[in-house]
Design a protein around this ligand. Structure first.
Ligand code: A2P
Length: 339
């Protein structure tokens, strides 16, 4: 029998927190004790874990006593405020927020890409932005074979990226529109029902949003490619929980769609779904609740004649590979040498 661990989930009542709990259970992570932490508002709620009811506790500076691993998904300001208490108590923090991702002392990890970086941690390990994690799983194996030079990405991001409240807002607005009522915009930047908008996170001085620049900077860090050229447009679409991305990739070396399919078929975390004659290609409804990222519509970029360009469409569950699953996979790597 391997060792087991005291695990805490911070933000346990949130869209990602709930998936973290379920993923720990489904993947049989060796948990000796699970602590569920949220705000005072959630005290009194309980969740089932391996058949046992666990009560939600209020997050306080003392919450981390005896905890070995803490999975955080309660937003950047909570991560920044509680990191010190977590690390001082001796727990390793796996943080889903953007608070520490670009900190040079904090590894930023997609286990299929740079799992070894986990072992460089000094108490905190960051989980990447959801769109970045989903893309990296597909692009990294192609990069390993053909060397990525440039990528242009357009995203189709689900409401789940904005948390449980944003998912509810999509449902409420859709119902309101269907009932002929004025949809209420509360947590998202614009009306999302029967609409889409190119505005996720805040605008930067260079005209990109913060979400778009996360894709640029986090990809460079995860893939250890500080100079790779990336441009991205992030769009929120009226989908509940899986993100899709259209990727235009340029490599140093020529690559054919058949080669790309062969590489991706052997790549962990990827499922090739590419049979257009039978209408088979990635879609958010197919990616929902799946661990693997779906890749399809793989084709040669017709705008170039050198055979070095590919277009790919991907869909991945934002709450799983884009968040909870990746965090639990990081924890699995972390304990792998002790099992
Ligand atoms: P709560 O439900 O008690 O507000 P989402 O991203 O889906 O909106 O989830 C956010 C998560 O972060 C929830 O679990 C939420 O708990 C938690 N959270 C928000 N603010 C705090 C806080 N001040 N202290 C602890 N947890 C918080």
């Amino acid at each position: 029998m391997g060792k087991s661990y005291n695990v805490a989930v911070v933000g346990a009542t949130g869209a990602v927190g709930i998936e973290m709990m379920e993923t720990l259970e489904k993947r049989n992570f060796p948990v000796s004790n699970l602590k569920l932490l949220a705000s005072a508002r959630s005290v009194g709620k309980t969740f089932k874990f391996h058949g046992k009811d666990i009560a939600v506790e209020e997050l306080t500076p003392e919450s981390f006593k005896g905890v070995d691993i803490a999975l955080f998904s309660a937003g950047g300001s909570i991560s920044k405020e509680y990191a010190k208490y977590c690390v001082d108590a001796g727990a390793v923090m796996i943080d889903n927020s953007s608070a520490f991702r670009m900190d040079p002392d904090v590894p930023l990890v997609v286990p299929e890409v740079n799992g070894e970086d986990v072992f460089k941690h000094k108490g905190i390990i960051a989980n990447p932005n959801c769109t970045t994690a989903i893309m990296c799983v597909v692009v990294y194996p192609l990069h390993k074979a053909k060397k990525l030079k440039r990528m242009v990405a357009s995203t189709y991001q689900a409401a789940s990226g904005g948390g449980a409240k944003a998912m509810q807002e999509l449902l409420d607005q859709t119902r309101a529109v269907l009932e002929g009522k004025e949809p209420e915009v509360k947590v998202m930047a614009q009306q999302i029902a029967f609409n889409l908008f190119p505005h996720i996170d805040v605008f930067q001085e260079n005209g990109y949003t913060k979400e778009e620049m996360k894709m640029v900077n986090e990809t460079r860090k995860i893939m250890h490619l500080p100079d790779v050229q990336i441009s991205c447009t992030c769009v929120r679409v009226p989908v509940l929980r899986a993100h899709s991305e259209s990727l235009n990739l340029e490599f140093e070396n020529p690559i054919t769609p058949a080669e790309a399919r062969e590489i991706l078929e052997k790549s962990p975390g990827v499922e090739v779904m590419d049979d257009v004659a039978n209408k088979v290609y990635p879609m958010p409804i197919l990616a929902t609740r799946k661990y693997d990222v779906l890749a399809g519509r793989i084709r040669q970029d017709v705008s170039r004649t050198d055979g070095k360009g590919l277009d790919i469409f991907v869909s991945g569950d934002q709450l799983l590979k884009g968040a909870a699953l990746n965090a639990v996979q990081i924890a699995e790597v972390l304990i792998s040498k002790e099992q």
